[in-house]
Design a protein around this ligand. Structure first.
Ligand SMILES: NC(=O)c1ccc[n+]([C@@H]2O[C@H](COP(=O)([O-])OP(=O)(O)OC[C@H]3O[C@@H](n4cnc5c(N)ncnc54)[C@H](OP(=O)(O)O)[C@@H]3O)[C@@H](O)[C@H]2O)c1
Length: 215
């Protein structure tokens, strides 16, 4: 499959590398066509990796991943032509974190709204599915790094889009438990889990852990 990734940071690179490893073709997008991190990533990945602007990544991808900083996500999504977003599934991994006052970060949006909803509202032609934002990037694409059972949450308004994401998570990345929380308003809880994740990271002294839901 051709996949477009918005974002040149560790998340874009890690998800992109895993997708290339699985045999997909990936175009990484950023604000500029000659982003140095993207160029180095392409060099390390071989012929199934390429890079360009956010617009190029949107035009290329049958499926899109939003791996931009939460504060930059809405502006990143202004780059693509509307037609290149039309009806595509966007897997939104971003968290609306504000580090401007140091650690721990605060959320730029919460309680009555979320980044996932803002993206869906601004781009009704996209089918936004929030996923993978509640764990460290290494766990996202290698859930088998943890030996005990653990969960990934998804939410979004489009059932077919969520079924596609469910397949990507289970069949491509190897997730055994995917919990569909419902429509895109559930992004609020998924994003507001971040302060708890940060407290746990401090307490446990590692990034390699995840949430597990017991009934
Ligand atoms: N690190 C993790 O383990 C983890 C786990 C879960 C979720 N997340 C979330 O995943 C996302 C990516 O994290 P990251 O650490 O890989 O990267 P990051 O440093 O948060 O973001 C880097 C990307 O954001 C883009 N960006 C920044 N400001 C922008 C703006 N004003 N307009 C457009 N684009 C802008 C950059 O564009 P350029 O390429 O043009 O510079 C770059 O591609 C974040 O939202 C983060 O909260 C991270």
């Amino acid at each position: 499959m051709n996949i477009g990734i918005f974002g040149t940071g560790v998340v874009g690179q890690t998800i992109g590398s895993r997708l290339v490893e699985l045999g997909h073709s990936v175009k990484m997008g950023s604000r500029s066509a000659d982003n140095e991190a993207a160029r180095a990533w392409v060099k390390s990945q071989g012929k199934h990796a390429s890079h360009g602007t956010y617009a190029d990544a949107a035009a290329f991808g049958e499926i899109l991943f939003n791996c931009t900083s939460g504060r930059g996500s809405l502006s990143a999504l202004e780059f693509p032509k509307r037609g290149d977003l039309n009806n595509k599934v966007l897997i939104d991994v971003a968290n609306p974190l504000d580090f401007s006052r140091g650690m721990p970060p605060t959320l730029t949006v919460c309680n009555t709204d979320s980044l996932g909803e803002q993206i869906q509202r601004e781009h009704p032609v996209l089918r936004v599915v929030k996923a993978l934002n509640t764990m460290n990037v290494d766990v996202m694409v290698h859930p088998d790094r943890l030996r005990s059972p653990h969960d990934v949450f998804i939410c979004g308004n489009d059932k077919e889009a969520k079924a596609t994401v469910m397949r990507i998570l289970t069949e491509w990345f190897g997730w055994e438990s995917v919990i569909d929380l419902g429509d895109i308003t559930n992004s609020r809880g998924m994003e507001m889990a971040l302060p708890l994740w940060i407290s746990l990271q401090k307490k446990l002294g590692t990034n390699i852990f995840n949430f597990r839901v017991a009934k």
